[in-house]
Design a protein around this ligand. Sequence first.
Ligand code: NAP
Length: 253
Amino acid sequence: MHELEGKAAIITGASRGIGAATAAELAAVGAQVVLAARSESTIRHNARVIRDNGGQAEAVACDVSNYKDMQGLISHCESTFGRLDILINNAGVIEPIGHLTTSDADAWGHATDINFKGVYHGMRAALPLMQTQQSGVIVNVGSGAAYSALEGWSHYCAAKAAAAMLTKCAHKEVAASGVRVFGLTPGTVATEMQILIKASGINPVSQMDPSDHIPPEWPARAIAWLCTDKAKTYAGAEVSLKDPAVRELVGLQ
Ligand code: NAP
């Protein structure tokens, strides 16, 4: 992972869960990380902990559903570090869980603004800079729900499927300029999202035992691996952390 030393990286959804673990992982291998999420005091705290451990980190409050926020986040990174090497589009929500037929249209739409348009916002704001640099890596954190319909999760399944297609479209457009775009489906991960899922009681995922979930440090390591040259043959693909071959490549076996 030495090749990530000094790289400028943004992680959205870095206040907790997979995003917080990814920020810590990238900082531990020497990247300069910018933690982004809506909860400003939490990302400030997380950045302080990383700095206390010898890493380089700062926090920028940002709502990924707001394009101006995403533009501001990318500009902040560019003006602070002179570049942007890595963008992890990780922010996501599972709520509101419930049937499409009784859903609140505004809440349903807002969830897709985060889970789908948030990924577009990040790529739209970051890719021109990465193309100018002729280098950069984007990892979009997806979900197996993109490929398997689940009761009560219509916005989530549909948005993750749409975001997976965005990964492929972006790859077609930017691979030739030296920019790599990946998707990662982590499997089920022990985070606050799974606590909300369990509490809902809807669909088989809510029936899983908490011990079935992997820790957030696993997808964090996979994301760091995707940011290295070792993963470049996977560019344009959505990589599954349930795949034993991928786990072995990441060093998780
Ligand atoms: P989590 O613990 O609930 O964390 C979600 C993160 O997203 C938080 O940091 C939250 O911070 C941030 N966020 C939510 N809305 C945001 C917005 N509008 N703007 C900026 N940040 C926002 O969930 P997680 O499990 O770590 O999920 C991370 C990603 O992994 C998501 O994309 C999720 O869909 C995906 N995933 C998770 C699982 C799983 O089993 N946990 C499985 C497959 C895929 P604030 O609330 O402070 O903004």
